[in-house]
Design a protein around this ligand. Structure first.
Ligand code: 5GP
Ligand code: MN
Length: 338
């Protein structure tokens, strides 16, 4: 985003507008934190702004300031379509392609609203009038902070903005440990704490609100963990039946994939989660170092993401999906066996 773009956006936002902000489907902490952070910023200028999420998100995100105002497209389609049609500006946050918002895609494409993308995923599509894309960024929340800074407006960062942005940076960096975490990330985190983000409380709200059943499900996942030492790979499976046994709720499997990566010597981890509702196996992939799970997911599992964290899906059953997964490993022996 160059100086000219910033000036145009400043001009655009200098009078109250009808604005819709959209995160990706199955929003995570960064998606909800960044959209809410931006919402609290825009509200200070009396814009008529709101967030429409494609669908619901986990309970551990439902404490963020302003969260209860978020519309869910799959349950409030008519109202959402009307808002999208009349929107003058549509911000799309934390995704790189309109395919990532599922059934909302048609309404967003049809809307004449000017589109502004803020995102850190690889290979962004070119649908927005203004694109702020940076794959080196830890999180979209860090980028929303930078966006406010580019508009010379960090004085407006209040406790609500700081809280939401802190939450998203924290979740997308695995509590500041992934290699995307830079000194700039930590400087921004420092500012957010100064502006009122209660770091201990935010970590507690997100990490320490497990249900007993979720921990039992984690136990099941860990007992299903398989290791393929010759490819430095580990993977977990969870069938729909296993999920049902532990009364699975959205978000319960968040972070499970990382346990595979915590094994000494493992650089590639996957989790395969069966969904009867969507009739797919949902896949999460993680890696360490240069091995790109974004590339592997794009090539084999209709997905994408970042170098070290990506997602995808499989239309095969669990057994065939695992067979496929194991059969493609030799293609990556250069990265995985080294
Ligand atoms: P997760 O495994 O936590 O669901 O997602 C890891 C990363 O990959 C996130 O940045 C997420 O946005 C992205 N991602 C997850 N699922 C998909 C998918 O189906 N397609 C694409 N393109 N990206 C995905
Ligand atoms: Mn993100």
């Amino acid at each position: 985003m160059n100086k000219e773009d910033i000036n145009s956006i400043k001009e655009l936002l200098s009078s109250p507008k009808q604005i819709v902000i959209i995160p990706h489907k199955n929003p995570d902490g960064d998606a909800i934190g960044s959209t809410l952070g931006l919402l609290h910023y825009l509200k200070q200028y009396n814009h008529n702004a709101l967030i429409i999420a494609p669908n619901d998100y986990p309970d551990f995100l439902k404490w963020m300031p302003g969260e209860s105002s978020i519309l869910k497209y799959d349950h409030q389609k008519e109202a959402s379509d009307a808002l999208l049609i009349s929107a003058e500006i549509i911000f799309t946050l934390d995704f790189n392609s309109l395919g990532r918002i599922g059934s909302m895609q048609d309404a967003v494409t049809a809307s004449k609203g000017l589109k502004i993308m803020i995102d850190h995923h690889q290979q962004p599509d070119d649908y927005a009038t203004y694109t702020y894309s940076d794959v080196a960024m830890s999180s979209t929340c860090e980028m929303v902070y930078n966006f406010i800074a580019m508009l010379d407006d960090t004085d407006t960062v209040n406790t609500d903005i700081a809280t939401c942005l802190y939450a998203g940076i924290m979740t997308d960096t695995g509590s500041f440990r992934f290699s995307s975490t830079t000194s700039a990330t930590h400087k921004i985190i420092g500012i957010l704490i100064e502006k009122g983000a209660n770091n201990a409380q935010i970590h507690n709200n997100i990490m320490d609100t497990n249900s007993y059943e979720r921990l039992q499900l984690l136990g099941k996942a860990l007992s299903n963990l398989k290791v393929i030492p010759e490819y430095k790979t580990a993977y977990i499976t969870l069938t729909q039946e296993e999920l049902n046994t532990f009364n699975f709720k959205k978000g319960d499997t968040e972070g499970f994939v990382n346990y595979g990566l915590s094994l000494k010597g493992i650089i590639f981890a996957a989790i395969f989660i069966e969904s009867h509702q969507d009739d797919i196996i949902k896949i999460s992939l993680r890696s360490k170092g240069d091995f790109s799970v974004n590339e592997l997911s794009r090539s084999h599992f209709e997905g994408g993401g970042h170098t070290n964290a990506a997602g995808g899906k499989s239309d095969l059953n669990m057994r065939d999906t695992i067979d496929k997964f194991i059969s493609i490993l030799p293609q990556y022996k250069k990265d995985l066996k080294a």
